[in-house]
Design a protein around this ligand. Structure first.
Ligand code: AMP
Length: 105
């Protein structure tokens, strides 16, 4: 599958890894839109929020908990969490991801 985030998760494309467990991978955005810009990504290839299923309920929740954990570890006082959905929603990479942004957002 020709998915840049799947390649990052597999270690085939370099990324600045921030967090990894069995379900989730997080790394620095290559083109940061804030002082802190981390992408939190499920390892499972899910195209977008539109493609989430009941079986993904725990995984979807874990995305937020991992973002919270990263924010805590980075001592972020406040932050913005963004998920773009579809081209008209600003989604350019078709692998579900949550943007964690903080500072000058
Ligand atoms: P979105 O527009 O929500 O699909 O966001 C995709 C994000 O992925 C953008 O903020 C890009 O800067 C980022 N991005 C694309 N390719 C890479 C890469 N190889 N490493 C890190 N971030 C990337």
């Amino acid at each position: 599958m020709d998915c840049i985030f799947c390649k990052i998760i597999a270690g085939e494309v370099f990324s600045e890894k921030v967090f990894e467990n069995e379900n989730i991978f997080a790394f620095l955005d290559i083109n940061p839109k804030a002082k802190i810009h981390v992408l939190v990504v499920p390892k499972k290839h899910i195209k977008s929020v539109k493609h989430l299923e009941q079986a993904d309920k725990n995984l979807a929740g874990e995305l937020f908990l991992v973002a919270q954990k990263i924010a805590k570890e980075k001592n972020l006082e406040g932050y913005k969490l963004v998920i773009n959905v579809g081209r008209e929603g600003g989604q350019l990479v078709d692998h579900l991801h949550l943007h964690l942004l903080s500072g000058d957002v």
